[in-house]
Each structure stands twice: as C-alpha cells, then as structure tokens.
Design a protein around this ligand. Structure first.
Ligand code: PLP
Length: 294
C-alpha cells in the first residue's frame, strides 16, 4: 500500500470545543496505516539528498516499536533505496510487529546492545554508499519536510497550531510553515526535557528562520511511552466521543494537553485551534491485545 496524501483530512472535535473556541485535528495518520504521518514528511528531503549524493542505502536508529524505523524502511523502499535499521537492545526471539513490518519493507535489522547503541558504535559508519539519518529524523532537512505537512490543507484561519514533540523537529517545521500571527505550541512527551527549546531553536537557526513557539511540559504521564490507566481511559473516551484513534506515546498526550489547556483558559475567546495528528498508531501494538477499542 502506498502513502496517499489524498487520504489526509481535517476532523472537527466537537466534544473538545468550548464556547466559541473551535478545535480541529489534521489527520496525518490517515496517510498510511503503518507509516506514521509526520515521519514520512520528515524523511522526504533526507531521501532526496541521499539520491542526489548517489547513496544506495539509508541507515537510521530506533527501538523495537519505533515509528521512525518503520517509516524509514517504507520511505526508503518507495524511493528505490535499501535500508538498514540499528535497533536498540539484543535481538529478541520474536520480532515486534513494527520490526516485522520494517523487515517486510526490505530493511536489514542490526541489533545493538544498549551500550553500543548509546555510543553509536557502528562499523559501517564510514560506508560511503550509506546515508545516515539521525534517530527520530532530527535535523535541518527533517524540519524542512515537516513544514510541508501544513500544505496538505488550508490552515490560514487557525489562531493556534499544536503538535506533540519528541526531538522537536516537527515543531520546528510547524513554526516555519505557520503564519506570523499564528501561535505554535508543542507538547513535550519527554519528562523535564527543558533542552527542547534550544534544540528547536538550533533547527530554526540552521534554516535562518526566526520564529516563536512555546513548549508545554508536564503532560508526559510519567515519561516517554509511559501509559498509565488514566491515559488509556482518556484514549477510550476520545474514541467513544470523537471517533478519534490516538497512540500512547504522542497523540494521546497532545489531546490530553489540549483539553487541559482549554479548560484552564489558555485560549482567548474565538480561538480556532488546529491539532496535528502525527500518526504513531502502529506503536499501540506494544499493548496487550484488546487493550484499546480501535
Ligand atoms: C516522532 C513522532 C513525534 C515527534 O516528532 P519530533 O519531530 O521528534 O518532535 C510525534 N508524533 C508521532 C506520532 C511521532 O511518531
């Protein structure tokens, strides 16, 4: 199945709206069932550069349920390139569904002990035929690609655009693409990741862009990929009320934060809020079967 930009649409979230504050969500997850919305956008210019440099293979890094790894495998294959995924941890007896998909897209999986992974001790680092992409797609071309997410629909009437942030590459892209009067807010899914502001600023500086953005902390639910019962209950509620599927790592925390910030009165009357559904649903396969109704 190909990634199809025409599947992307905006959904109105009527239960999240309050008074005359509207909330819409840009469903980038509809791009493809496995390939995460934002990752595909972040990868596009890295792949273009790899081809321009005559590389025949893409390499990147991630964990067993990584959206980035499976998207890299898919996008490399779409571009006619090979791929290699350096996976954190010992080789398991059974591959996760994510890694099975990555392998089915032709990715060569190499397992690294946590120590080697941290040190990125990779023999093929000097392989001239391989193009390396940072973990999570962090970097200048990633931000440039993420900026194109907002070309998939008309976003000019929104007063605020909110997205989840891990590395902050997507947030930098949204800040680049937003209109000067639009507020761009990121919801950090990492615990106390206060360096995120500098990391996003560094990406903007690489592109010689001066943009403002705000990162909100405290919506991590205990840390990266942590999903206590309260988060799962919220995800079920979103599904029942809005027919909106979310993932446990990023988009559920974005939605929770949006609801909380609305209730706390952080949006002036008449605000029009656009949330970015960045995908990631495939990662829910790390949960026991039937944990979620979608
Ligand atoms: C990777 C990812 C993010 C975070 O993107 P960054 O550019 O690293 O901040 C958000 N949502 C989903 C679904 C992702 O896979």
């Amino acid at each position: 199945m190909d990634a199809n930009l025409r599947n992307i649409r905006v959904q109105k979230l009527s239960h999240l709206a309050r008074g005359n504050t509207d909330v819409d969500i840009l469903r980038l997850d509809l791009l493809h069932p496995i390939v995460s919305g934002n990752k595909w956008f972040k990868l596009r210019y890295y792949l273009e550069e790899a081809i321009a440099l005559d590389r025949h293979r893409i390499a990147s890094f991630g964990g067993a349920f990584s959206n980035h790894i499976v998207a890299t495998a898919f996008a490399a294959r779409e571009a006619g390139l090979g791929s290699i995924g350096y996976i954190r941890g010992e080789e398991p007896r059974n591959l996760s569904p994510t890694l099975q998909d990555a392998a089915s897209f032709g990715m060569n999986l190499v397992f690294l002990s946590r120590q080697d992974y941290m040190g990125k001790k990779i023999r093929t680092m000097n392989d001239p035929g391989t193009y390396f992409i940072n973990e999570g797609g962090y970097g200048n071309l990633g931000a440039k690609g993420a900026a194109t997410m907002l070309n998939t629909t008309d976003t000019h009437s929104y007063t605020h655009i909110l997205c989840a942030c891990g590395t902050g590459t997507m947030l930098a892209g949204v800040a680049i693409a937003a209109l000067p009067e639009q507020k761009v807010w990121g919801i950090s899914v990492l615990k106390n990741h206060t360096r995120i502001n500098d990391e996003v600023q560094a990406l903007l500086a690489m592109r010689e862009e001066q943009r403002s953005f705000t990162v909100w902390h405290g919506y991590d639910f205990g840390g990266y990929a942590k999903h206590p019962p309260a988060l799962l209950a919220f995800m079920k509620e979103l599904w029942e009320k809005e027919q909106l599927p979310t993932d446990i790592v990023y988009t559920s925390k974005l939605l929770f934060a949006a609801r909380d910030l609305i209730e706390q009165g952080h949006f002036p009357e008449g605000s029009r809020i656009l949330l970015v559904h960045s995908g990631g649903l495939q990662g829910n396969r790390s949960l026991p079967p039937n944990t979620l109704p979608f």
